[in-house]
Design a binder for this molecule. Sequence first.
Ligand code: 2SA
Ligand code: MG
Length: 424
Amino acid sequence: MNTGKVDVLLGLQWGDEGKGKVVDVLTPRYDVVARFQGGPNAGHTLEFEGQKYVLRSIPSGIFQGGKVNIIGNGVVLAPDLFMDEAKDLEKSGHPLKERLHISKKAHLIMPTHRILDRAYEAAKGKDKVGTTGKGIGPTYTDKISRNGLRVGDILCDFECKYAAHKERHMKMLAALGWTDFDGLEETEKLWMQGIAYIKEFKFVDSENEINHLLREGKHILCEGAQGTMLDVDFGSYPFVTSSNTICAGACTGLGIGPNKVGNVYGIMKAYCTRVGSGPFPTELFDETGKKIRDLGHEYGAVTGRERRCGWIDLVQLRYSVMVNGVTELIMMKSDVLDSFENIKACVAYELPDGTETKDFPYEIDNVKPIYKDFPGWKKDMTKCKSQDEFPQEFQDYVAFLENYLETRIGIISVGPDREQTIVL
Ligand code: 2SA
Ligand code: MG
């Protein structure tokens, strides 16, 4: 942790690496936790004191008093879903109003954005992205095409602006031949209630706030959502989300200069998962894949969808380490592999022309993973309290990953609870 710099924590695979848990473990070290991209498509799961929480738009620092939590300009916010999430947290004894600040520059996800999301997916047919249906793509599209509606707009002449945006969306839907508007009126009512609710929070110019806090010597953690392979530029395009999930996204999504970035924590699972469509070189379609899904409880936190499972892909991870400038790795869910006889890690791809590469290529549809085998450790690690309790086979696996990725693994998680986290 460096004074005067922000640290960034992000996922290195296709999301669901366990960011929620790590942020929760790291937050005691920080004064401020800020979200910089994504929206209610995220599902950050935290478990402590026997309770499980899923956060979507709200930063994971919310569970600890005395922290400032910021929703940055790079985030897209659905007021109705935000209200549900916030009220649930308040009901469970976690007050938010004082602790959460929202950027005026964050864009609003309108009910018609969610319909547009469905309509675009339907139009793609079998090539659909498999989105979460939360309106993420259409909202970012409006932002980039300079048609967006922002949180700051709530403060002035809002109804009128809303109506104009809605009318434009309705024309777009008509052009797509879309006729399913079931529940729109009801959703709009809740959405407007969400707008009234959100006004009770402090709206800020988050770039000013965050830079002031930095100058005051406050320690700031930027919390990423989704994962590097879902980045709109560097991920498995077009099967990606619509924001920059990589470290640079923290600069544009909060208003921080690149020279203000300190540590970059990259989170990965000991294996790999993805939800939605798109290529996934190490995906397992057999019993082993199913076993990983069952033992790892690999189901979407937002949509409940089954996650596709496979072995860890070091070609992909090395690329992620590179584009993010990762300074320290964090490995999650190591315990899920406890009972496996053999463990594999993809160390190179065979390209369609028969050549081998360790550089992540433009197309990953037709690459064949080349694996290195590791003997399983076959020991329950969920009770391990320190590094020296790790079985030798696991220590060897970790050493191989660190060497291949040329980056230190600083934290290893051996279970969902806060307590099951070993700092090396
Ligand atoms: P979208 O909705 O436009 O962002 O979808 C585009 C692609 O991005 C993927 N995506 C995700 N992948 C993993 N986890 C995500 N969050 C939830 C979770 C997902 C869930 O934490 O489990 O509950 O299903 C997430 N959000 C977006 C998505 O699958 C598309 O491939
Ligand atoms: Mg998730």
